[in-house]
Ligand binder design. Structure first.
Ligand code: ATP
Ligand code: ZN
Length: 290
């Protein structure tokens, strides 16, 4: 009997397709893009990538057809039938928000403004939960696509749709109001137990993916700094824990400071560090982190 292989469901084509493959490669898995359109094999681990429509990913993972999946949180949260997969971690790409939008003359003043209105969306389940939570009674018009044209066609007064830049809304004379879900690509996992043979592999993949996700936003920052101004400098470093502080040869008053910053390091940050007496400031990308 052939040994078991871990299955990860990914979007076959679309906004998340390439980025999902890139993410998997960044975790050290070498993808063999073979003749089989549905399945890509991983060369250096017993893993197969199942390439499907994104809407099918939560179902496949929920049913255990795939062990893991990479899908937008919006798609995961919209699913209501069957076993809901677990969201293991956010992956930091495919960011977009599910937002309520309405024509610019619509006076939006909180969810209550939607009472009695018709709202068009491709996400009726998420919208229904939002309305219920806010105790608002409104009519939901489910559309498969082109939701943004609904107000112009008088199909609905407002819409609830994915927004990343807002350009589509703008073109259609709409303005976004409430955000009802912040979405990005997430790793999802089947709720059922994994075959014991695959458990160590799955754990190692999750750990590596956490590393990729953490290292992508992070930067390694190095500088020299006056010893007395260390507390101030530590305060300025964005999302850093305790920095590493080492002596500088032949200098008693200054130290070298090294820190991993989890958040973006902007020019403004460097200017602040400089004002606090830091010099020779270097910001380096981090390739891997564990
Ligand atoms: P499929 O053919 O797999 O069903 P699709 O057309 O449903 O694909 P895409 O348009 O490729 O889906 O979007 C996939 C995911 O990308 C969305 O579910 C969402 O999580 C994310 N995404 C990021 N930015 C946007 C955006 N501006 N509009 C829509 N989706 C976005
Ligand atoms: Zn889809």
């Amino acid at each position: 009997m052939s040994s078991p292989r871990l299955r990860i469901a990914v979007q076959k084509s679309g906004r998340l397709a390439d980025k999902s493959l890139e993410f998997i490669e960044a975790a050290g898995l070498r993808i063999v893009k073979g003749a089989n359109e549905l399945l890509y094999r991983i060369e250096n681990a017993p893993i197969d990538l199942l390439r499907v429509r994104d809407d099918d990913i939560p179902t496949f993972v929920g049913d255990g057809v795939a062990d893991f999946g990479i899908v937008g949180r919006n798609v995961l949260e919209e699913r209501v039938e069957g076993e809901k997969p677990i969201e293991v971690m956010a992956l930091g790409f495919g960011r977009c928000d599910l937002r309520i939008a309405a024509p610019k003359d619509f006076m939006y003043d909180g969810p209550q403004s939607l009472a009695g209105e018709r709202i068009a969306t491709s996400y009726p389940n998420i919208l229904r939960r939002f309305l219920k939570k806010n105790d608002v009674k409104a009519e939901i018009v489910t559309m498969r696509g082109a939701v943004e044209v609904a107000p112009r066609l008088k199909l609905a007064r407002a819409i609830c749709d994915l927004v990343s830049t807002g350009a589509t809304l703008e073109t259609n004379g709409l303005a976004a109001t409430e955000t009802i879900l912040e979405s990005e690509a997430v790793l999802i996992q089947c709720r059922g137990p994994l075959s014991p043979d695959l458990r160590p592999l799955a754990d190692s993949i999750i750990a590596r993916m956490r590393g990729v996700s953490a290292s992508r936003g992070a930067k390694y920052v190095m500088m020299n700094a006056p010893r007395v101004r260390l507390p101030e400098i530590t305060e300025i470093l964005p999302g850093a824990g305790a920095p590493t502080v080492t002596p500088l040869a032949g200098r008693d008053d200054a130290v070298a400071v090294h820190a991993v910053c989890q958040e973006s390091v902007f020019w403004e940050t460097l200017e602040k560090l400089k004002s606090a007496g830091a010099s020779a400031i270097l910001v380096l990308p981090i390739e891997k982190m564990m």
